[in-house]
Design a protein around this ligand. Structure first.
Ligand code: TYD
Length: 135
């Protein structure tokens, strides 16, 4: 199930360092990293799930909200997560519908992904996503 991961900060007089390592504090091999920023006020993103892709999303600056929908033990579970810290990652499992909203103007998201980009991996129809979940 999707969940939040807490990262350690290494702090000293020179500043703060946070490390992300595949198969250590990130629960998969990291094949791709991308950044989302400059999202205009009021704009939503997402609106899809993935067949195989797992992601950990880290908010490096500002804030935004993620609405997730996933099947757990045959039941559809909906959760909302506010991301506003570089010390928290949101693990989004495969077969999880996500909507991203309420972006602050300065929001910068870093997304760590388990797979290379593939349009074939996207599930873009919510009704068919729900129909194929929970069984
Ligand atoms: P999309 O996954 O729809 O973004 P979001 O989930 O944030 O709404 O991707 C937006 C566009 O960027 C789409 O045309 C696909 C392209 N894209 C890539 O080329 N490479 C990538 O790694 C990602 C994530 C998207």
């Amino acid at each position: 199930m999707s969940s939040e991961i807490i990262f350690n900060e290494i702090k000293d007089s020179r500043g703060v360092l946070v490390s992300f390592e595949g198969n250590k504090n990130i629960p998969f091999d990291i094949k791709r990293v991308y950044v989302i920023k400059n999202v205009p006020g009021g704009m939503a993103r997402g609106g899809h799930a993935h067949k195989n892709l797992k992601q950990v999303i880290v908010c490096l600056k500002g804030s935004c909200d993620f609405d997730l929908v996933e099947a757990v033990g045959g039941r559809i579970i909906k959760t909302t997560h506010t991301l506003n810290s570089h010390t928290t990652g949101l693990l989004v499992e495969n077969r999880t519908w996500r909507e991203m909203k309420n972006f602050s103007e300065d929001c910068v998201l870093m997304v760590l992904a388990s797979e290379h980009y593939s349009e074939d991996d996207y599930i873009r129809n919510y009704e068919s996503f729900i129909e194929n979940s929970g069984n």
